[in-house]
Design a protein around this ligand. Structure first.
Ligand code: GLP
Length: 261
């Protein structure tokens, strides 16, 4: 695992956006897995700037396909906090992605289990995910894989943890409007991506980052699956890195990283 610790939250976004831009430059029809929530917001804003027609060394997202990590179950169609709406508003439109190439689990399907299975099949049909961008919940969840999620799980219906519902209440008018269920890519689905990139900022993520990066591999802290992956990068600011016992080592690895000419 590569751990990049930055001085500021802005730097987290710059590093993450550069990694994603590099993937799209080398493969213009890349398949990206995208996360919602606050953590990747500034990364998308930087990517939007890089995709502007006037941008120097412009990155063209018009042939890119995106798959969202998750979706709430039971929100009315078009709800502004549905992840379908968030992905459209914060990613698809600003980056110039073709809406036909944007996929979000169908949280209003009559048969949610079938919708979840169809989602995994759609990812496989697109050739798999080249890079999956992840945030992390305070309880260590990735996507909506709450503690106790099977480490080999596939896309499926899950029940949100009370802490997650409370954390996400800020997006809704009242806490009881936060759905109880969701469809989320599974930990096994996420692990199938060819590259994982997790971003986190702020001291409230420090405990989860410490468990994910340095704790035992455990469904108690679902993000610890990154330890199993061959190409996982964690980009955190100083505050989110504050629980890492080996932070100085990770900083020195970056300082002495061999540069490819
Ligand atoms: C959300 C999402 C996750 C996200 C996490 C952290 O509920 N389902 O994909 O990474 O919780 O959210 P935030 O970045 O807003 O802290």
């Amino acid at each position: 695992m590569e751990i990049i610790i930055t001085d500021t939250p802005d730097e987290v976004a710059r590093v993450a956006a550069d990694i994603i831009a590099g993937v799209v430059r080398s493969r213009p029809d890349a398949v990206l897995g995208v996360a919602t929530g606050s953590s990747p917001g500034a990364t998308y804003q930087r990517l939007a700037k890089l995709s502007a027609p006037s941008a120097l060394g412009r990155v063209d997202f018009s042939a890119v396909t995106v798959f969202a990590l998750d979706e709430y179950v039971g929100l009315p169609a078009g709800h502004p906090e549905s992840y379908a709406a968030v992905v459209s508003r914060e990613i698809v439109r600003p980056l110039g992605i073709d809406p036909a190439n944007a996929h979000v689990p169908d949280g209003s399907a009559a048969d949610a289990d079938a919708a979840a299975a169809a989602y995994d099949a759609a990812i496989a049909g697109a050739g798999g995910i080249d890079l999956q961008l992840l945030g992390i919940g305070r309880n260590g969840h990735v996507g909506f894989n709450e503690p106790s999620s099977s480490l080999s799980s596939r896309t499926r219906v899950k029940t949100l943890a009370p802490q997650t519902r409370a954390d996400n209440a800020r997006f809704f008018d009242s806490p009881d409007q936060v759905p109880v269920h969701c469809i989320t890519q599974g930990l096994g689905t996420i692990g199938d991506a060819r590259r994982l990139l997790l971003v986190a900022q702020g001291a409230e993520k420090a405990d989860a980052i410490a468990h994910a990066v340095e704790g035992p591999l455990s469904s108690r802290w679902p993000a610890s699956i990154l330890q199993l992956h061959r190409h996982a990068t964690v980009v955190v600011d100083d505050a989110a890195a504050s629980g890492l016992a080996l932070a100085d080592y990770y900083r020195s690895v970056q300082e002495f990283k061999p540069r490819v000419a």
